[in-house]
Design a binder for this molecule. Structure first.
Ligand SMILES: C[S@@+](CC[C@H](N)C(=O)[O-])C[C@H]1O[C@@H](n2cnc3c(N)ncnc32)[C@H](O)[C@@H]1O
Length: 230
């Protein structure tokens, strides 16, 4: 498969959103100079854009395989915390009739911390860059809309599939979105996200299925597909 087109700004963002893309040299630099200089400078100027683009494309392809069976013939998608949107690009390329609404932060923390953030203060995205990524990879503007989380004006629609990869209930609590999700999920809408507490969601949804287990990451999360709020 052809790698995604990324420029240096997009490669930097992908690296901040997917720190597993850092090679040994970048990891050492982050340790030596700290998170601030890494986030602001080194992540941009020391990254090999071509290599990163290939690696990011491969990771997104693997992510796509985990959700592929759940998106067949689906049309209206919501993505919460898409990052630059590699997975979403693959969805739009594979389903000609699909459209995606994105909710993301338009903010990059000075020193990104990757743990659980109760106040949901951390952000590592730039909405113009997300827009640019989709444009330079040939997605028509008619097929997506981007919403800034901090403006709190979210799209109201019956979504078929709602996706949040390593964002909702991975870095911040599900509660932040639960009232909204109740409004935009109808019977049999699918909500796919990564969490460390899949059991908790069995009390909230009628159907909960584990589709991926990550034992190597710090969080040891599980990817679940939920349907029908109880
Ligand atoms: C670890 S990155 C994952 C990005 C992408 N889903 C991926 O798999 O590469 C987490 C993303 O969640 C976003 N984020 C943080 N808080 C958010 C919120 N309340 N709503 C939407 N996105 C949020 C961050 O800006 C960041 O892009």
């Amino acid at each position: 498969m052809k790698p995604f087109i990324l420029n240096r700004n997009l490669a930097q963002l992908a690296l901040l959103q997917r720190i597993e893309l850092a090679d040994l040299k970048l990891k050492k630099i982050r340790k030596l100079f700290g998170r601030y200089l890494f986030s602001k400078i080194f992540s941009k100027y020391l990254v090999n854009v071509k290599q990163l683009s290939e690696n990011y494309t491969n990771i997104m392809n693997d992510e796509f395989k985990t959700i592929q069976n759940f998106i067949k013939d689906k049309k209206n998608f919501l993505s919460i915390g898409a990052g630059i949107g590699g997975l979403e690009l693959l969805i739009l390329k594979s389903l000609n009739d699909a459209n995606i609404s994105f909710i993301e932060k338009n903010y990059i923390s000075n020193k990104i911390r990757y743990g659980w953030d109760n106040l949901n203060k951390e952000g590592y995205n730039d909405l113009n860059q997300l827009d640019q990524f989709l444009q330079i990879n040939e997605i028509s503007k008619k097929r997506y809309q981007i919403f800034d989380f901090d403006e709190q004006k979210f799209p109201i629609c019956d979504f078929d599939v709602l996706i949040s990869i390593y964002s909702l209930d991975y870095h911040y609590s599900f509660d932040i979105y639960s009232t909204y999700l109740k409004k935009v999920m109808r019977n049999n809408s699918l909500l796919i996200f990564d969490t460390i507490r899949p059991e908790y969601f069995k009390r909230i949804f009628k159907g909960v299925e584990i589709i991926k287990e990550d034992t190597r990451t710090v969080h040891k999360s599980k990817r679940i597909v939920c349907k029908n709020f109880l």
